[in-house]
Write a protein that binds this ligand. Structure first.
Ligand SMILES: [Fe+2]
Length: 445
């Protein structure tokens, strides 16, 4: 996918660009689910995942709320769908409990697709006539919000399909290149004042703003994400048996959940194996790939044993996008150009998996850190909280989650290329690990 610039210094026809982006994003969701059989769409394999049919309906429901609010005379498609496809929005009425999304077979998959097509037609018709409605700018910004929301659900679909089918899922996949560089050690980064957050003109979430000044101590950060090989060493050294490395809540979780390894690791004949979309492989064969599906607790325990710690989000962001020679911040580690498959392993690469460490040297940051964008979302120690001066732009979207979660940075192999930037703040609860989450370590100098 290429980037359509919706807002920027030289706007092209914004409405046409929005319709084109709308068509492209909506079609991409359906491409992700295309290899599913009809039975796959309705099953919920765990409380944290949602049946694929729910995602394709929910992302349509999201646009229906826009039509309800702004399209005069729009009639709700089905009250029942409003109930089933609402996720967590109190402002939009009652909804089914998340853990019950797989407990009903209606609406059926074909009914859901019909609903989706209905919303597509209504939205395109609405956008085509946008200039006849009051406040077209507001509508365009909500349409953009709906598409960014849909791209988040595309990524969630990949997580959920992995939990549902994993290597049974027969999607077209590309293979990652082999490593062309060995990436070791830590980059040393000077402290001082740093402008944290987003200050550009294109779309960014409200939680990335406003850009504000923070003070950093001198620090060092791993040039590569922690690998499966590194993590296997932690496991083999008894890392999961030693309370000394764990946060109290983490140790409790390890014991309650009987964790012995990251999610999707399996013990076979005394060997650790990793299952992913490509099959089941010995962990040793994947030793040079970033570890994925670890919780904050596991990342923090590993870092403590290594005599390091996780970075703060400000440290991560400086390492990812500050150029010390030019003294400026860039949109991405490699500069301001949009991601491409040689620079970052995002969903556009279609690897459906992490890439070997050192296989994307063109994507390294000015400080020599590799694979900060793509592959795995990286845990930081930062609590997910509003930046000073935060103004909510969308009710119940980002602002109501400002407690009890940690910030992750950088995107993963399941993130659409047009959806990510260095200032992007994702957030999950410390014990969660069904998403594509990894980490790199830091230390204060
Ligand atoms: Fe949602």
């Amino acid at each position: 996918m290429s980037v359509v610039q919706i807002t920027g210094p030289q706007p092209i026809n914004k409405i046409e660009a929005m319709i084109e982006l709308f068509d492209r994003v909506r079609a991409q969701t359906m491409r992700i689910v295309a290899p599913l059989e009809v039975e796959d769409y309705v099953v919920q394999t765990a409380e944290f995942m949602s049946p694929p049919r729910w995602h394709i309906g929910h992302t349509s429901w999201f646009f229906e709320t826009l039509l309800q609010a702004y399209s005069p005379g729009y009639r709700v498609y089905s009250e029942e769908y409003l109930f089933y496809f609402n996720s967590y929005y109190e402002g939009f009425g009652k909804r089914i409990e998340k853990s019950r999304r797989g407990a009903r077979s209606r609406p059926t998959v074909s009914e859901t697709v019909r609903y989706r097509n209905h919303i597509d037609q209504a939205m395109v018709g609405f956008l085509e006539n946008i200039e006849t409605w009051p406040d077209p700018e507001k509508i365009l910004s909500l349409a953009q919000l709906g598409l960014e929301h849909e791209m988040q659900h595309q990524e969630l679909l990949v997580y959920d399909i992995k939990h549902l089918l994993c290597d049974i899922y027969d999607a077209p996949k590309n293979s990652a290149s082999a490593a062309s560089e060995t990436v070791t050690g830590m980059a040393e980064i000077e402290g001082g004042l740093f402008a944290l957050g987003y200050a550009g003109e294109a779309f960014a979430w409200d939680n990335e703003k406003p850009q504000h000044t923070v003070f950093l101590q001198d620090f060092a950060i791993d040039r590569a994400p922690v690998s499966n090989g590194d993590f296997l060493e932690f496991i083999n050294a008894g890392g999961y048996d030693d309370y000394r490395w764990w946060l109290s809540a983490g140790w409790e979780t390890v014991n309650r959940e009987q964790w012995r390894a990251p999610l999707y690791w399996e013990r076979r004949d005394g060997q650790w194996m990793i299952r992913d979309f490509h099959g089941l492989h010995r962990a040793e064969e994947k030793a040079n790939e970033p570890v994925a599906h670890v919780s904050y607790f596991e990342a923090a325990a590993y870092a403590k044993r290594a005599g390091k710690r996780l970075p703060t989000e400000a440290e991560w962001e400086k390492a990812a996008c500050f150029d010390p020679k030019k003294r400026t911040k860039q949109r991405f580690p490699w500069g301001d150009a949009a991601p491409d498959i040689a620079k970052a392993n995002l969903f556009d690469n279609q690897y459906w998996s992490v890439a070997p460490i050192g296989s994307l040297p063109q994507g390294r940051s000015a400080y020599g850190c590799h694979q900060m964008i793509g592959d795995v979302w990286e845990w930081t120690t930062s609590d997910y909280a509003p930046y000073p001066g935060f103004k909510s732009e969308f009710d119940e979207y980002n602002d109501k989650w400002f407690v009890g979660q940690k910030v992750l940075r950088g995107g993963s192999f399941a993130t659409p290329g047009i959806h990510i930037r260095s200032t992007y703040r994702n957030f999950f609860h410390p014990p969660e690990r069904w998403m594509v989450s990894g980490f790199r370590c830091a230390k204060t100098l």
